[in-house]
Write a protein that binds this ligand. Structure first.
Ligand SMILES: Nc1ncnc2c1ncn2[C@@H]1O[C@H](COP(=O)(O)OP(=O)(O)OP(=O)(O)O)[C@@H](O)[C@H]1O
Length: 360
């Protein structure tokens, strides 16, 4: 058995060797320039490159992420390689959805590199986990209106999984009259390091002040078989609501889920007792609008059949994002509703997202 320090050293050497290999490969074949390492997960590492392309109008530059299979333990290498290939398959199928990271069309010649790799759109403002760390350090509460927008993003990502194909950064919505078949794809690993923060979209109501979120890491994605106890939509929306719970609780990777019985109004407004499995910080939060708290709780119902449909969650979030103003939050006791104005939201996002250092 190797000592932890020795294992760490070997791991670092291994990542560096693969980094050198990919830098050589992409520099020679694709006019890429290595910038820095983006992150290391359990089965892969990601590198940032600057890509320059000569167009008639001059040289165009863009940042791209290269993700390659890597694992700390050799016996898991094959699994890590399989996950990259699995991710390639799903990202190709889900290509074009606005809230899912794009796979870029650079095939990697496997005979020239030792491990499989993907070239991806670079999502530049760090993960939800990075955000939670900053919130915790600054003891900053995320305004309700920002939470609604973030949840709407993740709901659209879930719709993205459910109804491919998509085209040209298409905003995901439920197709009408069954013109698309339900895919039953589950992401299967939608945790706070697998949702990254991208840019604002000044011409979009949803992303004028709050940047767009994108799901990454489809290595464990799969299809839920028909007749499973939990459908793909039920599982995906539960993971999405849990992620927002982490933002409310300012906890990252440390949510302490518990079963609890709560009274929640159903679609018709009747109170029902429902068992939910979530961190008590969500239920106990004094500053959330009841409708936001309820929908987050409901999506984490222990019985998947109690979770709402994607259509219901989409309609509820869309309505909140498009109609709520700071005034909507004026009645919450001991809460400074001024933090819900457009100006406050803009300056908070500037402080905790755009001015923050997202490099490791
Ligand atoms: N497209 C991207 N843009 C920016 N950073 C990225 C991108 N893809 C990956 N990263 C960074 O690299 C890290 C590792 O990537 P990823 O989560 O996909 O690896 P993994 O080993 O499959 O993860 P896990 O441990 O969740 O299985 C991410 O947490 C993120 O910080």
């Amino acid at each position: 058995m190797l000592r932890a320090s020795k294992r760490k050293k070997l791991k670092e050497e291994n990542i560096q060797r693969l980094t050198d290999e990919y830098t050589k490969y992409f520099t020679e074949r694709h006019s890429f320039e290595f910038v820095r390492r983006l992150g290391v997960g359990t089965g892969a590492a990601a590198l940032l490159f600057k890509e320059s392309e000569c167009e008639a109008s001059g040289t165009e530059e863009r940042n791209v992420a290269v993700k390659f299979a890597f694992s700390e333990y050799e016996h898991r290498n094959e699994q890590a390689d399989d996950e990259i290939e699995n991710e390639r398959k799903w990202l190709t199928r889900l290509q074009g959805a606005e809230h899912i990271v794009k796979i870029l069309s650079h095939d990697v010649d496997r005979s020239k590199v030792s491990r499989p790799a993907l070239v991806l759109e670079y999502v530049q403002y760090g993960s939800i986990q990075d955000l939670c760390k900053r919130l915790k350090a600054g003891n900053i509460r995320v305004p309700n209106r920002v939470l609604w927008t973030m949840f709407l993003c993740l709901t659209r990502a879930c719709i993205g999984f459910a109804y491919p194909p998509w085209q040209n950064d298409e905003q995901e919505s439920i197709p009408i009259n069954g013109i698309k078949e339900l895919s039953s794809i589950i992401h299967n690993d939608l945790h706070d390091e697998n949702v990254l923060i991208s840019d604002l979209r000044p011409d979009s109501i949803e992303h004028r002040h709050v940047p767009i979120l994108k799901a990454i890491d489809f290595g464990k994605a799969t299809i839920v078989p028909a007749g499973n106890w939990e459908t793909a939509d039920q599982k995906n929306i539960q993971e999405a609501a849990r992620l927002i719970t982490g933002v409310v609780a300012m906890k990252y990777s440390t949510l302490g889920d518990e079963n609890m019985e709560v009274d929640i109004p159903d679609k018709t407004g009747n109170l029902r007792k429902i068992i939910v499995f979530t961190d008590p910080a969500l239920h106990d939060s004094p500053y959330l609008l009841p409708s936001l708290k309820n929908i987050l709780l409901l999506c984490q119902a222990a019985n998947p059949n109690d979770r709402p449909s994607l259509q219901y969650v989409l309609n509820t979030c869309e309505k909140a994002v498009t109609t709520h103003t700071a005034q909507t939050y004026a009645g919450i006791a001991n809460y400074d509703g001024a933090s819900e104005t457009d100006d406050s939201i803009r300056s908070m996002i500037q402080q905790i997202v755009f001015n923050a250092d997202s490099s490791p």
